[in-house]
Design a protein around this ligand. Sequence first.
Ligand code: FAD
Length: 391
Amino acid sequence: MNKFALFDTLVTGAGPVGLTAALALSERTERKIAVIDNVKILSPQPYDQAWALSRSVIQNLADLNIDVTPYSAEINEIIADTKSHHKPALSFLDKNSGRNVISSLLKKDLWQQVSNRSNIHIINDKILGVEQNLNGNGNSTVTLRGAKNSYGGRLVVGADGKKSGVRKGLGIGIHTHHYNQTAVTAIVKHTNPHRQRAVEFFMPAGPLAMIPYPGDRGEGNYSTLVWSVNNDSADAFLAQSIAAQESLLTRLLEDIYGACTYASAPPLSFPLQKQKATESTGQGWVLIGDASQSIHPVAGQGLNVGLRDAFQLASYVAQSEQLGLKFEEAVNLKSYEASRQTDRTSLASSTDFLVRLHQVKSNTTRRLSRFGMGLVDKNIAGIKNLVTKFV
Ligand SMILES: Cc1cc2nc3c(=O)[nH]c(=O)nc-3n(C[C@H](O)[C@H](O)[C@H](O)COP(=O)(O)OP(=O)(O)OC[C@H]3O[C@@H](n4cnc5c(N)ncnc54)[C@H](O)[C@@H]3O)c2cc1C
């Protein structure tokens, strides 16, 4: 039988952003919170993918009792290289810039913390529809219709990712730009140690990042590969045998990494686009993380931005309550949205600029890539912002 349950805050999506939002709200408010997801947390695999997270985001997670150190690798140098010469084009040493964090272990850790909170209910259901019940007296609710039951919330937090059903159910549109690129990603084992360096190679086929990965016994011989390749090249690359792919990677990277083999095979692939919701707040609802905006992974920024959405949301809700205001009112939600504007827009436009700068075809690519790096070479502060925002 379809039942109805009412909560102060309904978070849809137990991804990293939704779980963090629930945890931060539980830490800072007395709200009765529910987190709804149709997928249960999966068991971590030996070589799961990883996210590069900034030092400040890691500190914010630590404030919620999430210590990522045991399942992450430190990044203390970031290099951008055009591969047009053997010497890296640019390098900055920044002790403890950030860490590359195993995604499934971060989610598991967040899940355990959320499960320990008495004011958070975890619900396994698929959200199929959304209804706004505006009653004009400041006590509006939003109802989420699930496959099993229905749920009401004074505040609905849509953290259900790029294809957000909450966004769709509320009738909110999206602006999408397809890059005609695919991200090919895997964990790579290499014979030379990474020495805690993250390297972004700006190659003609597209930017290729190698980010230190927490391999066994801290030997430093594993990195996450994220290669954003034009769709045609990605299809051709992925059509080859695993041995042929490894041999190509070795040829491309051996001057720094030595021989490369996959620790996780076959590699995963994701079509790349930039996406932004036309609105991200309204009476009784807010979209955060990829549900609100998703960006190209060239600078490893998407989750960092989404987690900052979550921290800021909790902080605004707590401040509103201290002032006796109803955060659910559209005007208060707009003020939260405005506070996130600069961070979101600057990262979306800087990653977009960087991708388009390198997204030119065949012969001209190499020349323009050099020209592009030449331009940024003259502006160290500029490239530091563009390529390594995650410090
Ligand atoms: C190749 C690649 C590399 C990347 N590397 C980095 C990096 O190094 N650093 C970084 O900061 N970012 C990186 N990103 C971006 C990062 O992966 C995303 O920003 C992040 O995963 C978004 O998290 P989220 O919680 O918003 O959404 P998601 O992780 O998509 O979670 C959404 C959740 O909602 C649930 N859900 C969806 N629909 C429903 C429904 N109808 N009912 C109930 N539940 C539902 C899903 O099951 C899921 O659990 C990378 C992205 C790519 C593609």
